[in-house]
Design a protein around this ligand. Structure first.
Ligand code: FUB
Length: 478
């Protein structure tokens, strides 16, 4: 039986900012496209993946849908990159892709007859008088991360904005947005704003006092969804590592702060960050009767190799959402089988005890375990693994359905290390088994031990105590 893991795309794919949308009987994801080990965010062209709504284990590569060079403007160097996009189906049945090109400050639109075909340039978002949104120097606030939404009455809305915390390098290019995310209705041409003025949606740090947003103010990643008559504005907060939401009764609000949907380090649910932090971006979707939150995780010791993940999330009867845990089994619809061989990169928790965990610039190699791959950025044959698992490194997988109390646990490893790998059900609890580590090899070898897991649905943690460091490629349970 096929199972779904996190990340849910092949391990060589680095797709952050993924917005899920259902078109027909498939769910499509539209994200940015990082280069493995890239020097900047979003160095690759947009690609798309889709899966049948009945089978979220089967993601199909749809190919490149939009390239940096398809946009007629030719900015220099890093301004070329395609940041987080979104797609909406227009009232003419066509699909419209909204993208933000590097730091040019304007929003481009491309159009296609099918959800994941080759998009063609359509134009730039503009004011009714023709001035491009973002180019009206007198009054424009920073544009960023366009989100698009079609309401049941056919009206189309654009959401945009960037909540700069204080003046920084970008403020040389565009005015600082101290006021929050913005929303506006679009004309049927999908380019022209219906109003001269955009409506402010969620609050930034500069205007949050007494509003309920405090501590989780808007930073970036605007996205709109509607469930059972309520409008959900989804965004990445000033903390970066979490997706939050605000609820309103109409597409342009007012929006009241709702809570955290997911944190890529389980901040808010765990005592300390359980994985590397950094930015995240994504959205909510309902597939049949279940809700899911899509987001991205950080890999490779810096913030330019991000990967698409998703979790089932509970919507409470009052319309609020319960923060989702990050797991290894996201779209699987339940725990993974408690026997079989799994790639180690599906660990949902990975950290070194007591070390800082916020990824922006590259952290030094010697100190942390991290997800990486061999070779360069590529489009097949993924071999991602956990590297540099040294003393006090912890990785966790959840959840498995164990059918017996005691299991044999094997790991495929390589490296140079001598010590003990403690097997636990919780990083803070006593071991339920251990594996002797005595490795000095550049080729893979298997290490094994027994663990008393107990029948039922359980996580599995590994905590290394010893000298040296090793890489973990596979986990085998029997
Ligand atoms: O992927 C580039 C930028 O990082 C996006 O535009 C932001 O939302 C953040 O995820």
């Amino acid at each position: 039986m096929k199972q779904a893991f996190n990340p849910y795309l092949p391990s060589y794919e680095y797709v952050p900012d993924a917005e899920p949308h259902i078109f027909g009987d498939r769910v499509y994801i539209y994200g940015s496209h990082d280069k493995f080990d890239g020097a900047f965010f979003c160095m690759n062209d947009y690609i798309c993946y889709s899966a049948p709504i009945d089978d979220l284990t089967s993601w199909r590569y749809e190919g490149v849908i939009w390239r940096k060079k398809d946009d007629p403007k030719r900015p220099p160097l890093i301004l070329k990159q395609l940041y987080a996009p979104d797609v909406v189906q227009g009232n003419d049945g066509k699909y419209y892709l909204y993208y933000f090109k590097g730091s040019m400050g304007i929003i481009g639109v491309a159009v296609c007859d099918t959800p994941a075909g080759k998009y063609k340039f359509h134009g730039y978002v503009r004011y009714p008088n023709g001035t491009l949104l973002g180019r009206n120097k007198e009054s424009d606030l920073a544009q960023f991360d366009p989100g698009v939404f079609r309401d049941d009455d056919g009206k189309i809305y654009l959401y945009t904005g960037f909540g700069e915390k204080k003046p920084n390098v970008f403020t040389h290019f565009r005015p600082v947005n101290y006021h929050g995310a913005m929303g506006v209705q679009l004309e049927d041409d999908m380019l022209t704003l219906k109003e001269e003025t955009l409506t402010r949606i969620a609050k930034t740090q500069h205007c949050s006092q007494g509003t309920g947003y405090e501590g989780h103010e808007f930073f970036e990643a605007s996205s709109m969804r509607k469930f059972e008559g309520k409008y959900y504005f989804i965004y990445s907060s000033v903390l970066g590592h979490e997706l939050c939401y605000a609820i309103g009764d109409s597409p342009l609000g007012e929006f009241k702060y709702g809570g955290t949907l997911v944190s890529i380090g389980d901040v808010g649910l765990a005592k300390y960050p359980m994985n590397y932090l950094g930015n995240t971006h994504g959205s909510l979707i309902r597939i049949k009767d279940e809700y899911y939150v899509f987001y991205h995780r950080q890999t490779n010791r810096h913030c330019h190799s991000r990967q698409a993940c998703a979790e089932r999330i509970i919507r409470n009867p009052d319309g609020t959402f319960k923060q989702a845990e990050i797991t290894s089994c996201g779209l699987n619809g339940g725990p993974l089988k408690g026997e079989g061989t799994y790639p180690a990169y599906i660990a949902c928790h990975l950290y070194k005890k007591g070390e800082p965990r916020f990824l922006t610039m590259r952290i030094p190699k010697g100190h942390h375990p991290y997800f990486t791959q061999t070779g360069k950025d590529r489009e097949d044959n993924g071999d991602q693994y956990i590297a540099n698992f040294g003393h006090d490194s912890v990785c966790g997988f959840r959840y498995f359905q164990f059918e017996k109390d005691e299991i044999q646990v094997g790991l495929t490893v390589k490296g140079k290390a001598k010590g003990k790998l403690l097997i636990k059900l919780d990083p803070e609890s006593s071991p339920i088994g251990e594996i002797d580590i005595d490795v000095a090899t550049k080729t893979m070898m298997k290490v094994e031990g027994k663990a008393h897991v107990g029948k039922g649905v359980r996580p599995l943690y590994f905590d290394y105590q010893g000298e040296g460091a090793f890489d973990i490629h596979e986990l085998n349970l029997k």
